[in-house]
Design a protein around this ligand. Structure first.
Ligand SMILES: C[S@@+](CC[C@H](N)C(=O)[O-])C[C@H]1O[C@@H](n2cnc3c(N)ncnc32)[C@H](O)[C@@H]1O
Length: 264
């Protein structure tokens, strides 16, 4: 195995480095496990799983073709032989039936058009004793990063200016809703672990601003504002990031769930 790609990995892996440790512990991977990583993005969690399940395998799937390309490049660079990536929609993709011991996800399961259909599809890919371990955001109000970004963008223009469009990263925030969805999809023993770890946005305000401007919620709002209003919003965002700068970079509090369930 060649050198790790930590110096090449994208900002999202750095942002979530504390969360990642909690997720790894919760997965409890065994050396023979076959792992499916849902919405794997650039594949850090898939590659880490592959390194643990040395006598098993890891498959990462994502609807983003560029993300899958990057995931493959990272895996090649690390010389991993038991990991594969597929460009696929996890809601409808025909996975091999009853094949995987574990389906994992780091914030990749909140964006399905039909969550029950998607989790039922994932369930069919799990062996009878298979488990699901996924990390999802708790509500907007509990996530300082989202509240702060929205307040900065809204400013004098008011909250409507900062209303989110597109997929909802908080769609699995409510435990009752998640229990209902997973129950309907054929999962049992649904449990929630409260994860309170901060997110990291960069070593300084300039880096953090560049990172946050890349968020869909930020870029969509900035696109809707006229140039002067957008400049004001960026100024406010910069002030907010400055207020969260400490000796080791820009950090915001966050709350996530690790949701675990087993195939019924
Ligand atoms: C917030 S990112 C997380 C990426 C990755 N899990 C990580 O932690 O680096 C969410 C990912 O879910 C993917 N995604 C969204 N809907 C999907 C679907 N129906 N099937 C597969 N991937 C999906 C997106 O393309 C995106 O890469």
């Amino acid at each position: 195995m060649r050198q790790a790609t930590s110096d090449l990995t994208p900002g999202y892996d750095a942002e979530l480095r504390r969360h990642n440790q909690a997720l790894r512990r919760a997965c409890g991977l065994q050396v023979h496990d076959h792992v499916l990583d849902i919405g794997c993005g650039a594949g850090q969690t898939t590659r880490e799983a592959a390194r643990t399940v040395q006598a098993g395998s890891a498959l990462g799937v994502d609807v983003s073709a560029p993300a899958i390309e990057r995931a493959r490049e990272f895996a090649r660079a690390e010389g991993l032989r038991n990991v594969t990536f597929e460009h696929a929609d996890a809601q409808v993709h025909r996975f091999p039936g009853e094949h995987f011991d574990l389906a994992i996800s780091r914030f990749g399961t909140m964006f399905f058009d039909d969550a029950v259909a998607a989790f039922a599809n994932i369930r069919r890919a799990l062996r009878p004793a298979g488990r699901l371990v996924m990390m999802v955001w708790q509500s907007h109000e509990r996530n300082e990063w989202d509240v702060a970004i929205h307040q900065s963008l809204a400013g004098l223009e008011g909250p409507v200016a900062a209303d989110s469009v597109g997929p909802d990263p908080f769609s699995l925030a409510d435990p009752q809703t998640v229990k209902q969805i997973l129950g309907d999809a054929g999962f049992a023993d649904v449990a929630f672990t409260d994860v309170r770890e901060p997110v990291y946005y960069g070593p300084d305000v300039a880096a953090a601003l560049e990172w946050v401007r890349g968020f869909t919620c930020t870029s969509e709002v900035l696109k809707r504002l006229d140039p002067a209003a957008a400049a004001h919003a960026i100024g406010r965002l910069s002030e907010t990031l400055s207020a969260h700068l400490s000796d080791d970079g820009v950090w915001f509090d966050s709350r996530a769930w690790i949701v675990t369930a087993r195939r019924h």
